[in-house]
Design a protein around this ligand. Structure first.
Ligand code: ADP
Length: 667
């Protein structure tokens, strides 16, 4: 056989090398990945933390933008600006207080008049003045309330403007209470509240601050709902900054709260609004108390820096406490507009949105005070400043459960590990399979080439005999008719041997092409066996074989008679061929519970146990010291024929003792 490596095997080697190389690279990457898993997962955590932070900061920006967007344009008339500011800021719960200042830094809203600056000297007519003085004298010195009332009524008649009218009405209200003419009193005070709520007395004190307490004083369970109407009107105007707040406002609010508690009112919704307004006013007072001086100072000293900031607002939180931020909106107006924002509420409103959707891990977001130089990640905690929105505050993003990522890393390591191991295994298996196939091919190629020389030799032997005996006969050298007969018989039997051999080769070739053709007919098995033995009688007798047959004559089976004979003849020929010393052959046919069994047993050279599994392979021949010739196809054909009959063939053998082939055919 040619031992030189063929190009095919070289290609195979290259292929194996490529598989091993790429497999190794993949495995190396997997192992590398496992060791990098911690880093990769931590990177993923960092990315998610950054994403969360930027989502949070975007949320802040969005909310603040929404609040300040309305005041970017020119809403010049003060009332319009204030209205829009109030409705705008009411929409957002986190806006604690909106404010407007004029260019000089004075608050226009919330509207507070502490100590009136220059009081206007009121212009009253002489007749008004004298009647009023008379009235006051009668009221306070003489307690002649009726006279006082008359004088005040004259004053009302002399009035020509709102400042004298309201002064007279206020005095009339007061005197009506003293006269216990409550209905009149209510009427007068109602008038002050509805028509003169902007008016202030000589001391700068708004008239409503007299009117409301007086109205409350006159209330009783029956008229409290009626009185609520003007009182509510007044509170509404105070909340919206049309009636100024002053140092009395707090007592005033207290008075109204007490009043609310004292009576049962029917108008429930109105009461709710009313209470909201009271709260609002309280908040305005608190706001002014805390920030008025600072904010006014800030504007007066021109410390705002709006032109320099790119944002739409400036944070002036230097004097706002933690979680409270003051924003000054960058407008084109000659007013300064701003907001006090409750950071905690704003943060919560953003945290409540679905910030963590689509994230692999679960995080905890916390707002903290102060600047932290450790901005970035430390121990899987990510921090970021909230400037410019909330300078001095930072957001910290932490994993809710660090064990989760440890678990994940462990899980992923396992998956990678198993995948890498499987890959290696598959690779090894692939290589083993390829090598096995190669060696099988090589062996087959060797067997095939042995077959050609064997078959040549096998054909040559009977042909030579036939030629020799035919030549002798044709030359007329043999005179004895007995010898002539013997020669003819030799020629006949050798021809049959040749035919059997050629039949085997033809059958094998059909088998390989899948073209074997069977014709099953019900036949008596013992007859078929006997016919086969008798075809081989010449050889059996020639070699002095002792053939014993034990055949159950009743067994009938569906078989292809010719093919079955070919198989049996191969087995008996082998028994003849591979028996050297003891020349005994037993042929048996019997019925088992389920199968019909044909056994052909000899006492020949036997087969080594490790070779038994290979004897049915095509071209396979056992190397024997006896050097018995053959093609290696006989048993291959037998197996194929038996299996085509849905049967099974097995062999048992002992080296030097003999061999038994058993055919099991289904009944
Ligand atoms: P061949 O006989 O032409 O070599 P076979 O396929 O018939 O091919 O047999 C395969 C091999 O099995 C033989 O080479 C032989 O070594 C072994 N063998 C078959 N039958 C017997 C037997 N009865 N006794 C011993 N060896 C046998």
């Amino acid at each position: 056989m040619n031992k030189k490596t063929k190009p095919v095997s070289r290609l195979t080697l290259v292929f194996i090398l490529a598989v091993v190389l790429s497999g190794s690279i993949l495995t190396w990457f997997s192992i590398n990945n496992i060791s990098n898993l911690k880093k990769i997962t931590e990177k993923q955590v960092l990315e998610e933390q950054q994403e969360l932070t930027s989502k949070f900061i975007n949320g802040l920006q969005e909310q603040i933008d929404k609040v300040i967007r309305g005041f970017k344009g020119e809403i010049s008339p003060f009332e319009l600006l204030k209205d829009s500011l109030l409705t705008g800021s009411r929409e957002f719960e986190f806006v604690t207080q909106a404010f407007i200042l004029d260019e000089k830094g004075d608050f226009l809203y919330p509207y507070f008049i502490g100590v009136p600056e220059k009081l206007k000297t009121p212009k009253f007519s002489a007749s008004f003045k004298s009647s009023f003085t008379e009235g006051e004298k009668a009221e306070f010195s003489k307690s002649d309330f009726k006279k006082a009332k008359r004088n005040y009524l004259s004053c009302l008649r002399y009035s020509s403007a709102s400042n004298d009218s309201v002064k007279a009405i206020n005095a009339l209200g007061r005197i009506s209470v003293k006269l216990k003419e409550y209905e009149n009193a209510i009427r007068y005070y109602n008038q002050i509240i509805s028509s003169y709520y902007r008016e202030v007395g000589e001391s700068g004190f708004p008239y409503v601050y007299y009117a409301v307490p007086q109205l409350i004083k006159t209330s009783n369970p029956n008229n409290c709902d009626d009185i609520l109407i003007p009182v509510d009107f007044c509170v509404d105007k105070m909340a919206s900054g049309e009636i100024p707040l002053n140092h009395n406002t707090e007592d005033f609010l207290q008075l109204m709260s007490n009043w609310l508690q004292k009576y049962t009112f029917n108008a429930e919704t109105k009461i709710l609004d009313f209470q909201k307004n009271l709260e609002n006013i309280k908040q305005q007072l608190q706001f002014l108390n805390e920030y008025e001086t600072d904010i006014s100072g800030f504007i007066r000293e021109g410390r705002e820096n709006l032109s320099n900031v790119n944002n739409d607002f400036e944070v002036i939180n230097s004097f706002a406490g933690n979680h409270q931020k003051l924003l000054l909106v960058n407008t084109n107006l000659n007013r300064k507009v701003g907001f006090l924002i409750n950071g905690t509420q704003l943060f919560e409103s953003i945290l409540n949105t679905n910030l963590q959707a689509n994230l692999e891990f679960d995080y905890n977001l916390e707002i903290q005070n102060g600047y932290n130089s450790n901005t970035g990640t430390q121990n899987l905690i990510y921090s970021s400043q909230l400037s410019p929105y909330f300078p001095g505050q930072m957001i910290q993003v932490k994993l809710n459960d660090e064990n989760l990522i440890k678990d994940l890393i462990k899980r992923r390591s396992w998956i990678y590990g198993i995948a890498a191991a499987l890959l290696m295994l598959a690779m090894l298996l692939g290589v083993v399979l390829i090598l096995r196939d190669i060696s099988r091919e090589k062996r087959l190629a060797g067997l095939r080439s042995d077959f050609i020389s064997n078959v040549t030799h096998e054909l040559k032997t009977p042909l030579t005999s036939i030629y020799m005996y035919t030549e002798s006969l044709s030359l007329g050298r043999i005179k004895s008719s007995n010898v002539q007969k013997e020669y003819f018989s030799i020629i006949l039997n050798e021809s049959e041997r040749l035919k059997r051999m050629i039949n085997n080769i033809l059958e094998f070739s059909k088998m390989e092409k899948g073209k074997s053709n069977y014709q099953f007919v019900k036949s008596n098995l013992s007859e078929c066996i006997r016919a086969t033995v008798s075809e081989l009688d010449y050889w059996l007798e020639n070699e002095n074989f002792d053939v014993s047959t034990e055949l159950d004559n009743s067994i009938v089976a569906e078989i292809d008679k010719e093919k079955m004979k070919q198989a049996l003849s191969n087995l008996i020929s082998n028994a003849i061929k591979y028996s050297t010393d003891s020349k005994k052959i037993s042929v048996r046919l019997y019925k088992n519970t389920k199968v019909n069994v044909i056994e052909i047993e000899d006492e020949g050279i036997g087969i080594a146990e490790d070779k038994l599994s290979q004897i049915f392979e095509k071209f396979y021949r056992v190397d024997q010291k006896e050097n018995i010739s053959g093609t290696g196809l006989g048993l291959t054909v037998v197996k194929e024929i038996i299996e085509a009959h849905n049967g099974k063939i097995c062999v048992s053998s002992k080296l030097g003792k003999g061999t038994k082939f058993s055919i099991n055919l289904n009944q």
